[in-house]
Design a protein around this ligand. Structure first.
Ligand code: PLP
Length: 447
């Protein structure tokens, strides 16, 4: 305990806690983790938790303690760790690009490696703008349209198309030319509409926004296939076909941001597959290496990259050998062990388990999910779908943690993103703990 006290003290003396509510961290102390195995994480108090979040940022799609990926990283780093960018590649980077092009939807074929999700989004935005300029016809196409509550990252370009957690507001003014429109949300929306008509409305809104910004000025529209804000916002099937058609009609590129959904999270390599949509540019990161190495990428079509004589954008650690080895091995493991099918089937099993366990709860409004990405939306009044005014979601998450299961509060919803390898026994335990925590908090709130 003395050692723990000293580490906590040193953390407060020397670390920055990004996006943490500091009053809560000062009250509860930071989380210092010392080990992980399978889907379990152990902290420096010796407590072990079932990590139903794949790490706090949902990246650890294969859980903890995999030995093949670190070995592959080691072997590559010893052989040739890094050679710079421009027209230099470590040899396996080329094969990895070919493999990912084979997994990506439709005509997406050419890819630039970067070091994370925000860099992938910056790359996508700059590809779109340069394409529009170099193609001719839209010489001033600097505008990008994004959506309310979107999260695309923390660097200035990605942040400018972000509208979640207040991160944008403290750094404004952002990149000029950005505007935001509503995106489809399940269960609740600001206009009290049903889900499908609301999705139609959101798509129609895009067209109006393009017209009002001036189609000749708009380079791209960026969207996550499933938005994270307020918990796993799976769009109705009518949404993306309309978005695709509107973008095509106005010569606006569609950027699909798969940073959080890519590499199996939703039971498909990429969530675009569920909606039959193909972006002109698609971003990826997080589970690309199962969290074993920082890496991201943006992939685009031949016609787009061939229109740009020199892509004036570079990041030093693009295509680092460690990331290449990690992503190559992660993909091979997923293919060999049926990881994506497990995410699809066990995700469905977990969703059924949660839906039946929570069916009678007076404070649960909606339980939804796709693959291993699930959310429970809470309400203080099922008839009006009113939000809770207090910290009910956080209380449920804390209660679950007390019982040894890690989940996350995300606005009005509780989110779970279990590692894709999680077994049905482990999911059963998570569902039981969830139901018990929800019961306890409902009772404590007088329901
Ligand atoms: N895009 C999406 C959809 C994300 O969820 C995130 C991170 O959560 C990002 C971009 C930014 O990625 P990174 O944190 O790796 O920069």
């Amino acid at each position: 305990p003395e050692n723990i006290e000293a580490i906590n003290q040193a953390a407060f003396e020397h670390c920055i806690f990004p996006l943490a509510e500091m009053d809560a961290v000062r009250r509860d102390g930071p989380h210092i983790w010392v080990g992980g195995q399978g889907v379990e994480l152990t902290d420096n108090n010796g407590r072990t938790f079932l990590d139903m979040m794949s790490s706090h940022t949902r990246a650890n799609s294969l859980g903890y303690g995999n030995e093949e990926i670190p070995r592959a990283i080691y072997d590559q780093l010893v052989k040739l760790h890094y050679v710079g960018t421009v027209d230099n590649f470590v040899e396996p980077a080329v094969a990895l690009a070919e493999t990912i092009a084979g997994l990506a939807p439709g005509r997406l074929s050419n890819l630039m490696f970067v070091s994370g999700g925000s860099e992938a989004v910056e790359t996508a935005l700059k590809l779109a703008k340069q394409y529009q300029i170099d193609k001719g016809g839209k010489p001033r196409a600097y505008k990008v349209i994004s959506r309310w509550n979107a999260y695309h990252g923390s660097t200035m370009g990605a942040l400018s198309v972000t509208d979640w957690l207040g991160t944008r507001h403290v750094s404004e003014p952002g990149v000029p030319g950005t505007s935001l429109i509503p995106g489809p949300t399940r269960y609740r929306n600001p206009f009290g509409m049903e889900d499908e008509p609301y999705a139609d409305f959101c798509a129609a809104y895009l067209e109006q926004q393009i017209i009002h910004e001036g189609p000749e000025n708009v380079a791209a529209f960026i969207a996550e296939p499933i938005m994270q804000a307020h918990g796993v916002q799976i769009p109705p099937p009518n949404y993306f076909p309309k978005i695709r058609e509107i973008c095509d009609r106005h010569g606006v590129l569609l950027i699909i941001d798969e940073v959080i959904t890519g590499f199996g999270r939703t039971g498909a390599w990429f969530a675009s597959e569920h909606f039959g949509v193909e972006g002109d540019i698609m971003t990826m990161a997080k589970a690309m290496t199962a969290g074993y190495f920082p890496m991201g990428a943006a992939i685009t079509r031949k016609e787009i990259i061939e229109t740009i004589p020199m892509f004036r954008h570079v990041h030093t650690f693009s295509g680092h050998g460690g990331g290449v080895a990690a992503a190559t091995t992660n993909i091979a493991i997923c293919q060999r062990d049926g990881v994506i099918a497990n995410a699809r089937d066990n995700g469905r099993y977990f969703l059924d388990a949660l839906q039946s366990a929570l069916a009678g709860s007076p404070i649960v409004g909606d339980v939804r999910g796709l693959g291993m990405w699930l959310a429970i939306e809470f309400t203080a009044d099922k008839a009006t779908r009113q939000h809770f005014a207090d910290d009910t979601v956080k209380a449920v998450v804390q209660r679950m943690k007390d019982m040894g299961v890690l989940s996350s509060a995300i606005g009005n919803a509780m989110e779970m993103a279990p590692p894709l390898i999680t077994t049905r026994d482990q999911l059963d335990r998570a569902a039981e703990v969830t139901a018990e925590a929800v019961r306890d908090i409902a009772r404590a709130r007088g329901f």
